[in-house]
Ligand binder design. Structure first.
Ligand SMILES: [Zn+2]
Length: 272
């Protein structure tokens, strides 16, 4: 069995180098992304003390809301792996200001984060940003850089469960070590805008809603490096991100839309 796994590992490493649909080189194949995300998801679901999943049967409106937004964003023709990835969303019932995406399209939002957002558009803007990280396959690019390809493939082969727990914890709570690069952040912001702009017929969000989120953090002085905003440890902020989004918005002809504040407040009220 060991020899089989070793040979399989070598085969994956030798032949696994592939290009994403966006042209970036990634040592993981699309199916590796899915397999890795599935394992990470199982690790998260197996630890309800650390990751208390909000009960769906008791909170149907909350799940209909978050899943509805996810499915709406996924209608965008800009999403590359909308059919291939098993897109899923879970709400973690903790007062933590974080959200994260595992490879393969597994999304997690803390109740603390949903409550923090002031409008449905702001929340959708951040969700679109998370979808972009998974869809552009930033997660596996970042994990490969931090852990190296050998450790990741040993996890994929089921040899390294404690490492999987560590990665889940880094993503969920204090993930400075798994911080996305500036390039990834700019790209996820750009695609947040592009996704929202391309689904306006279904839901007319203001396409630059991610900027509301930036402004919101700045108003609350959460963008300083020593701030206690968990989200920023994996998604580092810099002042050029807003200008980057605005530039693309102008290139798209400055489209406008709505914020849907009342709709979001109704869901937040259910979480209080
Ligand atoms: Zn990000």
């Amino acid at each position: 069995m060991k020899i089989f796994k070793l040979v399989l590992g070598i085969c994956i490493v030798t032949f696994g180098l592939s290009c994403s649909k966006d042209g970036d080189v990634n040592f993981f194949s699309k199916n590796d992304d899915i397999a890795f995300g599935k394992q990470l998801n199982s690790t998260i679901l197996a630890d309800p003390t650390e990751y208390p999943i909000l009960n769906e049967a008791q909170n149907p409106e909350v799940y209909a809301y978050v899943r509805g937004i996810m499915n709406t964003v996924l209608q965008s023709n800009e999403v590359l792996y909308k059919e291939e990835f098993p897109w899923q969303i879970r709400v973690i019932d903790k007062d933590v200001l974080n959200a994260f995406a595992a490879p393969g399209g597994y999304l997690y939002f803390y109740t603390g984060f949903i409550k923090y957002c002031r409008s449905e558009a702001e929340f959708a803007g951040v969700m679109a940003h998370e979808i972009a990280h998974a869809d552009r396959r930033h997660s596996t690019e970042t994990l490969t850089k931090v852990y190296g390809i050998q450790i990741l493939f040993s996890i994929l082969l089921g040899d390294n469960p404690s490492q999987l727990q560590e990665i889940a914890a880094l993503l969920a709570t204090n993930g400075a070590a798994l911080s996305f690069s500036r390039k990834h952040e700019y790209e996820a912001d750009e695609y947040s805008l592009r996704y929202l702009n391309s689904i306006k017929q279904t839901r007319n969000y203001h396409p630059t809603a991610i900027i509301d989120f930036f402004d919101h953090m700045k108003e609350d002085s959460l963008t300083t490096p020593d701030g206690s905003f968990e989200f920023l440890r994996t998604h580092p902020y810099d002042n050029n991100r807003k200008a980057n989004v605005q530039k693309i918005w102008q290139e798209l002809g400055s489209p406008v839309g709505s914020k849907f504040e009342t709709e979001h407040a109704a869901i937040v009220a259910k979480l209080d």
